[in-house]
Design a protein. Structure first.
Length: 358
C-alpha cells in the first residue's frame, strides 16, 4: 500500500470513528427507522368505540379525544367517553363499563400499568380489541401501542437547559412517579445533565393534580434556595403552575428557566408573553389519535395492524424558536418519519432514582 493510500485510509477511519463518537456522545445513536403509514380505512364502518385516556382535563388528552371523535364519526360510529381523571381505580371501573356496554373496541392510555391488567384481560376474554396510547399495561393482549420516545423527550429538554445555563447551575425537579411516561422523561433529563457535575439538583418534589398546590411547591423551593437557575418538570401543566410563584419572586424574566415536555398551546402562548418557559419537548396528539383510531378501525374490519409497537416523532421547541415564529411541527426532525416500527415498547431503565442521591 502506498503512503498516499495509507493516509487516505487513516483519514477515513478518523472520520468514521469520529462520527460514531459524536452520535453516541450525543446520547442517541442513529438508527434506521422503518416508516409506518396510517392504515387505509376508506369505506370502513364501526359502531361504538370506547375511549378512556389518562384524563380529559389536560391539553394533550383533550386534543387527542377531539381528533378521535372526528375520525370515529367519519366512519359512522360513536364514541363512549370515560374520564378516569388520572385515577387508576376510576380507569378500571370505566373500562369495565365500556366492556359491559359492548363496544367494538377500546382506545386507552395507562395510568397504572399493574392496576389496569384485570380490565385488559376482561376485554381480551370478551373479544374486544384494544389500542394503547403512550404507555402499555404490565400484562394482557392489545393490538398496538403508539409511543413517543419519552426518554428522548426529556433528553431534548434537558439539553436545552444545559445550553442555557452553560453547564453550570442550580436546578429544582418536580416529577410525577405514577407513570412510566413521566419516569422516562425524568430519566432523559438526568441523562442530559449527567455529564455536567456543576449542574446541581438542589430540590426534588412530586407534582399533584392541583395547580395551586404546584404553585405553592415552587414558592417553597424558591424560599429555600433563591439562587436556583432552572426547573425540570414532568409535563407542561406543572411548569405553567410555577410561573405565578416566579412572578411573585421577581424571577420570571428568564432568571429561572422552566424545561418540560408536551408542547401545549398554553406553553407556546406563555413563551410568546414571557421568558420563564424556556423549552418544551413536543407531543403530537392529533397524529397519535389518528394512527390509533385508524389501527382500531382497520382491525375491527378484519385487517392486521401495521405493527404492535409504533414509535412517533418528537421535537424540542425553545423560547428562541417561538420568538422566531416557529411552532411544534417546525422542530420535528426532517430526516425521520412521523411513525416507525419498534421491536418493543419503550421502558425506562429506572435511572431516575439517581435524583435521590444527587
Amino acid at each position: 500500500m502506498s503512503k498516499m493510500s495509507k493516509k487516505i485510509l487513516v483519514l477515513i477511519l478518523i472520520l468514521v470513528f469520529g462520527t460514531i463518537f459524536c452520535l453516541v456522545g450525543a446520547g442517541y445513536a442513529a438508527e434506521e427507522k422503518i416508516p409506518v403509514e396510517y392504515p387505509d380505512t376508506t369505506g370502513m364502518k364501526v359502531s361504538k368505540i370506547g375511549l378512556c385516556p389518562f384524563q380529559f382535563n389536560n391539553w394533550m388528552w383533550a386534543r387527542t379525544a377531539e381528533r378521535i371523535h372526528e375520525i370515529i364519526k367519519a366512519h359512522g360510529g360513536t364514541v363512549l367517553d370515560v374520564d378516569p381523571m388520572g385515577d387508576p381505580v376510576k380507569q378500571v371501573e370505566g373500562i369495565d363499563r365500556l366492556i359491559a356496554s359492548g363496544v367494538d373496541g377500546i382506545l386507552t392510555a395507562v395510568i397504572d400499568a399493574q392496576a389496569i391488567v384485570p380490565s385488559i384481560k376482561a376485554a381480551n376474554k370478551a373479544g374486544i380489541p384494544i389500542v394503547f396510547m403512550m404507555d402499555a399495561p404490565a400484562a394482557g393482549e392489545y393490538l398496538s401501542i403508539v409511543q413517543p420516545d419519552f426518554v428522548l423527550q426529556g433528553y431534548q429538554a434537558g439539553m436545552a437547559l444545559v445550553r442555557d445555563v452553560n453547564g453550570k447551575g442550580k436546578v429544582v425537579l418536580i416529577e410525577f412517579p405514577a407513570s412510566r411516561t413521566c419516569y422516562g422523561r425524568i430519566e432523559g433529563f438526568l441523562k442530559a445533565i449527567a455529564p455536567y457535575p456543576d449542574i446541581k439538583i438542589v430540590a426534588v418534589d412530586i407534582a399533584g393534580g392541583n395547580p395551586e398546590a404546584n404553585t405553592a411547591k415552587t414558592a417553597a423551593m424558591i424560599t429555600a434556595d433563591p439562587d436556583i437557575n432552572a426547573a425540570i418538570v414532568a409535563w407542561d401543566d406543572i411548569g405553567l403552575a410555577m410561573i405565578p410563584a416566579l412572578k411573585d419572586a421577581g424571577l420570571d424574566q428568564g432568571q429561572v428557566g422552566i424545561y418540560s415536555v408536551d408542547g401545549s398551546d398554553q406553553v407556546i402562548r406563555a413563551m410568546k408573553e414571557g421568558k420563564a418557559f424556556r423549552a418544551t419537548s413536543c407531543l403530537y396528539p392529533e397524529e397519535m389519535a389518528e394512527m390509533c383510531a385508524k389501527i382500531l378501525i382497520s382491525c375491527i374490519n378484519g385487517k392486521e395492524p401495521p405493527g404492535k409497537y409504533i414509535g412517533m416523532g418528537s421535537g424540542c421547541l425553545t423560547w428562541e424558536d417561538v420568538q422566531a415564529g416557529k411552532g411544534s411541527r417546525d422542530v420535528l426532525p426532517k430526516d425521520q418519519p412521523m411513525f416507525w416500527k419498534m421491536t418493543g415498547e419503550i421502558i425506562p431503565t429506572g435511572e431516575w432514582d439517581v435524583v435521590k442521591s444527587r
